[in-house]
Unconditional design. Sequence first.
Length: 368
Amino acid sequence: MFDFVVPCLFGLEGPCADELRRMVLADVRAENGRVRFAGDAAACAKANIRLRTGERVLLRLGSFEAKSFDELFEGVKALPLADFIPRDGQFPVKGYSLDSALHSVPDCQRIIKKAAATALGQAYRAQWLPETGAMYQLQFSLIKDRAEIYLDTTGAPLFKRGYRPGHVAAPLRETLAAALVGFARYRGRDALWDPFCGSGTIPIEAALIARNCAPGLQRGFAAQKWGFIPKKVWTDAAAEARSLEYHGDYHIFASDIDPKAVALARENARRAGVEIDITFYAADALTAPAPWERGVIVCNPPYGERMLEKQQAQALYRDMGRTLGRLDGWEQYIISSEPDFERLYGRPAAKRRKLYNGMIQCYLNMYR
């Protein structure tokens, strides 16, 4: 059994933990910015393939106190690295430090790399390690002088599903888009409309959720090349994920005022295999009629600090309140970095949830 850590965007710890529990994984615990669970190699494959809201899956190698570089070096050197990393494995180092005496990340990287090379060199009785084989990315976290060392099983982060090689300005991360759809409680039974679809991330994630299609089926993972994880666990996890998929008639609508964005969104949906489930069209969100009698609006309108000037964004929110805000039969989930969004929109939200779109603090304004 291994211990795993799944980093996630702040505000998504609960949804991420719920996903892991639905996979029937063991000892799931949500913490600030991450979720822990325990499991074997099969659990690692399952989490990588099926997680929608996590950023990556890290295998925890060990934890120890490190107030000095000597303690950091000796702690890393004592880890059973040779049980995981072969003689020719690549083992670059990256990580972060918070509220710790060892605050220089480059220096920590250097010490951890040296300690790992020393430990592996001793284990393989080699003075030089070629690092020509598979990637075994070492990651570290130093929080209040406590070091944790991990192996990154994922590689490219989980939000890189593989369907979005192109995007328009200010794209929404796929993991956050999936969480927004989850907060809206959309499961494919009702209609869903994104009137600011951009490159199509929200409607594509909605279609994947409606189908219960695992987001990682179209991509590979770093640990697939690791010798201590049998290849069969990956094929079994993918087969299990495909066996859980649904096929139905879904009413998902994606519109944008920019025809080029709509064309790109359609192409991304085609890459994701869900183009048939989404109706794409060019339209102004402030004048277009609702595409269905009732349903849920999930959208990411432009932010003042990103695509529009702040005053333009505030004017847009006022106009949205006079149009979208008065639609009957439509619940609305609108993410915005504007702290005064409710006043501009013209009515208080039933609930607000603090989230982060990258480094930008936002609120999901829920109108039910």
